[in-house]
Design a protein around this ligand. Structure first.
Ligand code: MN
Ligand code: MN
Length: 469
């Protein structure tokens, strides 16, 4: 009878114990996590748009021995290459020892985030103020964008091809912009409205000035004064807004959150937290068995369409170029490559928020501080639209994480029938790739200030590295 194990022993062996990752972390590990988070926040503050994320990623890659694939005639194992697609998305590869035909290991994140884009004809004057009209990009709660400091980032391209880069509102010496909200004293009607109707899309007008041009005989004096300032600063006229991509983003920087500094609060963590961790991880990959590929994609927040989104064939062309330059290519080989490949769709997961726990099912939620979050499937209402990873593949990924002591959790996005979401996973899965969603849990997702755990950020970095190795 001495062989009967204690309940506690059995529990340890049989239960899937979901422990807080901080509990058993050593001082040395914490130091590494905190240092890594500092590096991440530095990136976040300088990459508030997809174009800025590409620019900074290129700088990091260039410093670490990566070159444009266009510079290579032939590729061999260990070569480090990237392809920049129209300054808004980037594909990175470290060529492996195995033939590409036998499959590549892909990690794909996105670098666009919810924001407000300027309309093509944005500038107008109303009652002594100048404003810019916006059209929001991605899934936002509109009320969150009022009464906060805003910056303008982007490009204006003139008809002669000259490209003017705009970044105003970030430097301490810069002015900032804002969208006003109604004072509570007069907001009775607004407060009675549904939250989603209280601020309408057409109310999201950015306040940019109030001094009139000093000429009694001219109309729209405030607008004229602003255009005069813009003309002097950037050399543009009103029509140049027609060929611009100007994005309104929060003007504040990311910060450590909490007395214990355990979390990161900042704009654009969906999905730059996965973009940065995967980018950092691929720097550590020297000569992998299978070719390691990292995708930093654009347009995920509005459906991955367009020639910089994941639905475009530009990524296929990049893989074809890898096949061409390693000398492997032959008819229809690309399809075979995809069928032999594996992918982590590196996108953020909804973390359980105790203030809103009613939308989560606690056994199947991701928790901040419990490691990288995997979603076997996303979708909504009967898994609709999900690619649903195969059990065999989930087991492979579990094995990699368990062997490398990476903390992970497998969850769903919210309760059944409450809502749902999607990522770029299905796009690659449709090509034949084995794909699972795998990213960092976030609170306040899509808000101007999102929250992540430094523990999970570090586990994502380690997990992505282990996947490629
Ligand atoms: Mn995302
Ligand atoms: Mn998103």
């Amino acid at each position: 009878m001495g062989d009967i194990p204690s309940g506690e022993e059995l529990r340890k062996n049989l239960f899937n114990l979901k422990e807080n990752g901080w509990e058993k972390s050593t001082a040395e590990q914490r130091e590494k996590m905190f240092a890594f988070a500092d590096e991440y926040m530095y990136f976040l503050n300088r990459a508030k748009t997809e174009r800025e994320a590409v620019k900074i990623s290129k700088e990091i890659l260039d410093k670490n021995g990566f070159k444009s694939i266009c510079e290579y005639e032939n590729l061999k194992a260990g070569d480090r290459v990237y392809y920049i697609n129209r300054d808004k998305s980037i594909y990175i590869a470290v060529v492996g020892e195995e033939k590409i035909e036998n499959g590549i290991n892909i990690i794909g994140a996105h670098i666009d985030s919810p924001r407000l884009d300027l309309k093509p004809n944005p500038l107008y004057e109303d009652t002594g103020f100048a404003f810019l009209k916006t059209h929001y990009y991605g899934g936002i709660k509109k009320y969150q964008w009022t009464a906060i400091p805003l910056a303008i980032h982007g490009v204006i391209v003139k008809t002669n091809g000259e490209k003017i880069e705009v970044n105003i509102g970030e430097d301490e010496a810069d002015p900032i912009f804002t969208i006003t909200d109604l004072l509570p004293h007069l907001a009775q009607d607004q407060m009675d409205k549904k939250l989603k109707e209280a601020i309408s899309g057409e109310d999201l007008n950015v306040l940019i000035g109030s001094i009139p041009y000093q000429d009694e005989n001219v109309q729209e004096k405030v607008k004229l004064n602003i255009l005069n300032i813009l003309n002097k600063k950037y050399g543009i006229v009103e029509a140049d807004f027609l060929s611009s991509e100007l994005e309104i983003v929060p003007a504040f920087n990311s910060r450590s959150l909490g007395f214990d500094r355990s979390m990161v609060a900042g704009y654009g963590q969906d999905d730059r937290v996965c973009a940065f961790t995967s980018l950092r991880a691929i720097l550590n990959i020297e000569k992998p068995k299978n070719t390691a590929v990292c995708i930093l994609s654009d347009k995920e927040e509005i459906g991955s369409m367009g020639n910089t989104g994941m639905e475009s064939r530009v990524f296929d062309t990049f893989v074809s170029e890898l096949l061409n330059k390693t000398g492997e290519n032959r008819a229809n080989l690309l399809e075979k490559v995809f069928c032999n490949s594996r992918m982590l769709s590196a996108d953020v997961d909804a973390g359980l928020d105790p203030n809103y726990s009613s939308v989560s099912e606690k056994n199947n939620s991701a928790y901040l501080g419990r490691g990288i979050g995997l979603n076997k499937y996303t979708g909504a209402r009967g898994k609709s639209g999900a690619s649903d990873a195969n059990a065999e593949y989930v087991a492979e990924i579990r094995k990699i994480f368990e062997e490398n002591n990476i903390r992970y959790q497998i969850s769903e996005l919210g309760k059944v029938d409450v809502g749902g979401g999607g990522t770029i996973a299905y796009i690659l899965a449709n090509k034949g790739v084995d794909v699972i969603d795998c990213g960092v849990p976030v609170l306040s997702m899509h808000a101007p200030f999102e929250v992540t755990s430094k523990f999970d950020i570090y586990e994502a970095y380690r997990g992505y590295e282990a996947f490629w190795k």
